[in-house]
Design a protein around this ligand. Structure first.
Ligand code: WTA
Length: 660
């Protein structure tokens, strides 16, 4: 049975426990429906009320939604605020000043904590340091840092002075980093000497050096280095500065710079269906608002919670649910430097036990790999740990299959904790479809219902809304405050990618397929409709990997497709034509290895193809178009049942069937 079939037939329903419902921010389905009704009756009024109640404005807004230049929507445009003040300064006067903001656990299990007052001080010093380097409101700053208090402080420091940050995940290569620095026009790069992960020291600063040496990064004036491990680095006296030297002697006060509601808080690059990553641009006020509301509604955050989102700050989940949402709502959170399998695959459960975590948010890939590990070694099975502190679980990044859901529910949540299967994207800024833990009856494998104010629907290719039970394109019909504002430097691509004319030009196209249950109307996500893969919850464009492969001088042509994988969701399968004769056996293996390493260098290790198959050619139509749907079938080692009569060169299929 395919995943989709098993989702469709999923009949199990799990109600939120009564104790949870009684204390929840949104308690019961009536409360959920009341909020939805409020949004429906007065859409702008609904959002305006929430924006007034949740954000501390330095200048109140009078305008609500501006649709005059759709799809370049604006929210609360004449209001002013500072996002960092909303995350930190507000806690200095509301009784949270001495509350722990972050419990940091290093790779080697050293724990340090920081209160809101101390974090405020650290961010102010960092911000003053950046100012002393000449960084100003509107400048872009690239952050290439490990999971750390400093990484979060770096983002907050940018927000404090109105600089737009662009965090690049530490697993991206020098070339990827260089492209992002150039596209963003960054004036500074904030990095660390090394990052410690899984007992290893991985260089960051030397990758920054390599990125800048590739050329074209003339806007970069300074590189700031956080000393994490103390390992050797090259140091350019004119350009480089240690973070501790930068902040030494800086004042612990830094007045937050007020910015307009629409001021770009950050740009985050993500994969699309063409070779070039898209710089997703987010606003300040609308984004902040939704990060706070979803912390309250979906994570039901309470003053005594110990909250842990395992995502890296290099991804959107780490932005909204590590750097902004938890701090703005005054939460105590765990920040973890390492990996789930070091020193063993019980690390997550050990940390939940030691820190008495109450809310735990991770990706299905992690769950699936920990299921495997627990099956293989009973010492790292969650039943060896005391997980009774947990009250709520979350899942993000990819569809969670019902089996993994059930395991998570039983073994981690003790059948006591609701699971929020949160569907969202880099572009949506925060959760858009998710169960509310104190309201929504849960069905394994379904992200259930849109959050209040989110007008999600399923349409066909012409934009016509489809009835329940019919699969189609997932859209959001009305603009909402935390949505993507633009693609940095590419407004045309923004319009084309997300607001295609076929759908009327103003409806947000998510890029995922979805289907609603006939009876309940619950949404299930059926996967991307474009050439974007989801590997371990990380987005990767097939075109990006293809252009990396063909950039290698020995490669003539390449086509990349996704193949289902039990643990990582999907894995990358590449079909390659070389400029020389087709290699076989040992030689093919050798060249495949070289090409894998090449892709790691071009994009990053996360983009390495699992499998590379060589052919004399690729299956093409007579007009020369590569038939990817056939390649997808071949990658899965399934028989081809489709019509291949339009194929120019059917014989090639036999050749590609053989692995390598
Ligand atoms: C997928 C991550 C099913 C989806 C926050 C989306 C999901 C892409 C879920 C965005 C979920 C994310 N169920 N699929 N709960 N959450 N996705 O931009 O394909 O890294 O379009 O944002 O991940 O990935 P991104």
């Amino acid at each position: 049975m395919s995943d989709i079939e098993s989702f469709k037939q999923e009949e199990r329903v799990f109600n939120p426990p009564a104790t949870f419902v009684n204390n929840a921010a949104i308690s019961g389905m009536e409360a959920y429906r009341a909020l939805c009704a409020e949004a429906e009756e007065d859409y702008e009024g609904f959002w305006a009320r929430l924006a007034q109640q949740n954000i501390q404005w330095t200048k109140p807004f009078t305008k609500r939604l501006d649709e005059s230049n759709a799809p370049f929507y604006k929210w609360f445009e004449d209001g002013e605020l500072n996002v960092s003040a909303n995350c930190l300064d507000r806690h200095l006067t509301n009784g949270n000043a001495d509350k722990t903001a972050i419990i940091f656990e290093s790779d080697d299990a050293k724990v340090s904590t920081i209160t809101y007052r101390e974090l405020h001080e650290r961010v102010c010093k960092f911000a003053n340091g950046l100012k002393s380097l000449g960084v100003q409101k509107g400048d872009r700053v690239v952050i290439y840092m490990p999971m750390s208090i400093e990484g979060i402080a770096a983002m907050q420091a940018c927000a404090r002075i109105g600089a737009t940050h662009s965090v690049v995940f530490g697993g991206f290569s020098a070339k990827s980093l260089q492209e992002r620095i150039i596209d963003a026009g960054a004036v500074a790069v904030l990095t660390a000497d090394y990052q410690a992960r899984g007992g290893r020291q991985l260089p960051l600063k030397s990758i920054v050096d390599d990125a800048l040496a590739l050329g074209g990064c003339d806007t970069v004036r300074k590189v700031v280095i956080y000393k994490r491990t103390g390992g050797d680095i090259a140091f350019d006296q004119n350009r480089d500065i240690w973070l501790h030297d930068l902040i030494d002697g800086q004042s612990a006060e830094c007045a937050p710079v007020a910015v307009g509601a629409e001021h770009p808080l950050f740009i985050l690059y993500t994969s699309g269906s063409t070779g070039k990553p898209k710089g997703v641009q987010h606003s300040s006020a609308g984004y902040l608002l939704w990060s706070m509301l979803t912390m309250k509604w979906v994570f039901d955050i309470k003053p005594d919670d110990v909250y842990w989102c395992t995502a890296d700050i290099g991804w959107i989940t780490g932005h909204t649910y590590v750097t902004y949402g938890p701090l703005a709502t005054g939460a105590t959170q765990i920040v973890f430097e390492g990996v789930p399998t070091y020193p063993n695959a019980g690390r997550f459960w050990d940390m939940v036990q030691r820190h008495k975590v109450t809310i735990f948010y991770t990706a299905p890939t992690a769950i699936r790999s920990l299921i495997k590990a627990a099956d293989a070694d009973s010492n790292v099975h969650p039943n060896k740990y005391d997980l009774t502190s947990l009250r709520l679980l979350g899942s993000v990044g990819e569809p969670i299959n019902p089996e993994a859901w059930m395991w998570y529910y039983k073994n981690i949540g003790g059948e006591r904790c609701p699971i929020a299967d949160t569907f969202w994207q880099t572009e949506t800024g925060g959760h858009v479809i998710s169960p509310l833990p104190g309201a929504t009856p849960m069905v394994p494998g379904s992200c259930t219902l849109p959050l209040p104010g989110i007008t999600a629907a399923i349409v066909d290719d012409s934009g016509k809304e489809l009835p329940n039970g019919k699969g189609g394109l997932l859209v959001i019909k009305r603009p909402w405050p935390s949505m993507i504002r633009n693609i940095w430097n590419d407004p045309e691509r923004f319009k084309k990618s997300y607001f295609p004319p076929e759908l009327g030009g103003t409806t947000y196209l998510a890029g995922d397929g979805s289907i609603r249950n006939e009876k309940t109307g619950y949404f299930t996500i059926t996967g991307r409709i474009d050439d974007v893969l989801n590997i371990s919850g990380h987005r990767m464009g097939t075109a990006e990997i293809e252009s990396a492969l063909v950039a290698n001088p020995i490669v003539a042509e390449a086509a990349v497709v996704g193949k289902p994988d039990e643990t990582t969701g999907e894995c990358i399968c590449a079909f390659v034509v070389l400029k020389r004769t087709r290699p076989e056996d040992g030689e093919a293996e050798q060249i495949a290895k070289e090409l894998r390493d090449w892709v790691a260098k071009e994009i990053g290790p996360i983009a390495k193809p699992r499998e590379i198959r060589f052919g004399d050619n690729l299956p093409k139509t007579r007009s020369g178009k590569i038939m990817r749907r056939l390649l997808r079938v071949i990658a899965k080692d399934e028989e081809i049942t489709q019509d291949v009569s339009t194929l120019e060169n059917p014989a090639i299929l036999e050749q590609l069937k053989h692995v390598k």
